[in-house]
Design a protein around this ligand. Structure first.
Ligand code: NDP
Length: 283
């Protein structure tokens, strides 16, 4: 028999999660602040307290950490296994873990690396970072693996959020670069459809840099195996900026990275790989 669980929050993500568990045969009790969203589910609780009381495993997926505090305020969490799939910061997760412990619950935080259409679709590659109670994770591992893959990253409740936000931050850096690149060619007679595979191919070719960065951070030596050191790269910055100007494109997405590079080179780190900029970035 499949383990029963309660899902609090039926936004786009909560609905996808609850449907995936229902489809896999788990008895699911749902609750949503606005009751209309619970229509179509077989078991809807009339209050958050009822939903929490219905199952030992309680999954919350609400807008933000504040809404989790609000929604669970009048619930009895004694003996519950609380899994928080609401996006938040590492410190918010740590504080929420303390808060749950003080109320007698085990706590696991999750960072969802998927969008709703990827939930319940194993081949989509979507997964969830988990951190916090290892016992909770091990005990409910099969259930947790139903909507998406699982990746437990540590007993520190903040680690799931930290991994989640780190990956999202890198993604935004990439999106910024993609936006700038398309903006550069936009006004020309260059077909975006022809340009796209060139851009994605180039980004793919640069990906091994991620692994080399890790190796350089581990060794502490940022100068071995460098093919394009920062001094060489910084010399090209003027070309990047002038091209943006020639094409009538704002450099605002590019300049923060180029400024940091110039500063790090000026500080005497021109022989380093881009890895050196990580140290320059840490306040
Ligand atoms: P939605 O905006 O679709 O839904 C938000 C949910 O939070 C609704 O159920 C809403 O209830 C509820 N809510 C908001 N405030 C309160 C409150 N004070 N008390 C009780 N309930 C409240 O968001 P998603 O479902 O898309 O996202 C949920 C979480 O999942 C977020 O933390 C998001 O970052 C994360 N996530 C979402 C992804 C996505 O692509 N959608 C991807 C990865 C993570 P009501 O219906 O009553 O307004």
């Amino acid at each position: 028999d499949k383990a029963p669980l309660s899902v609090l929050g039926l936004g786009a993500m909560g609905t996808a999660l609850a449907r995936a568990w229902e489809a896999a045969g788990h008895p699911v009790t749902v609750w949503n602040r606005t009751p209309a969203r619970a229509e179509g589910f077989s078991t809807a609780a009339g209050s958050a307290a009822e939903a929490v009381a219905a199952s030992r495993l309680v999954v919350v997926c609400l807008l933000d950490d504040a809404s989790v505090g609000e929604a669970l305020a009048d619930t009895d969490l004694t003996g519950k296994d609380l899994v928080d799939l609401t996006t938040g910061t590492p410190d918010q997760a740590r504080e929420r873990a303390e808060w749950a412990r003080a109320r007698g619950a085990r706590f696991l935080d999750g960072g969802i690396m998927a969008i709703p259409p990827m939930i319940g679709v194993p081949e989509s590659g979507g997964y969830v970072f988990y951190s916090g109670s290892r016992e909770l994770f091990d005990e409910h591992r099969e259930t947790l693996a139903v909507p998406a893959g699982t990746n437990y990253v540590g007993t520190d409740a903040g680690y799931a959020a930290l991994h989640d936000v780190a990956l999202l931050s890198a993604m935004y850096g990439m999106f910024a670069g993609v936006s700038h690149a398309f903006a550069l060619v936009r006004k020309e007679n260059i077909d975006p459809e022809a340009f796209a595979p060139l851009l994605s191919g180039w980004l793919g070719a640069m990906l091994p840099f991620v692994q080399r960065t890790a190796e350089q951070l581990a060794s502490g030596d940022y100068t071995t195996g460098v093919v394009s050191n920062l001094a060489m790269q910084a010399a090209g910055n003027a070309t990047m900026l002038r091209t943006a100007e020639e094409q009538g494109v704002s450099p605002e997405l590019l300049t923060p990275y180029l400024d940091l590079m110039a500063r790090h080179v000026a500080d005497g780190h021109g022989d380093e790989d881009g890895t050196g900029m990580i140290d320059a970035l840490r306040k």
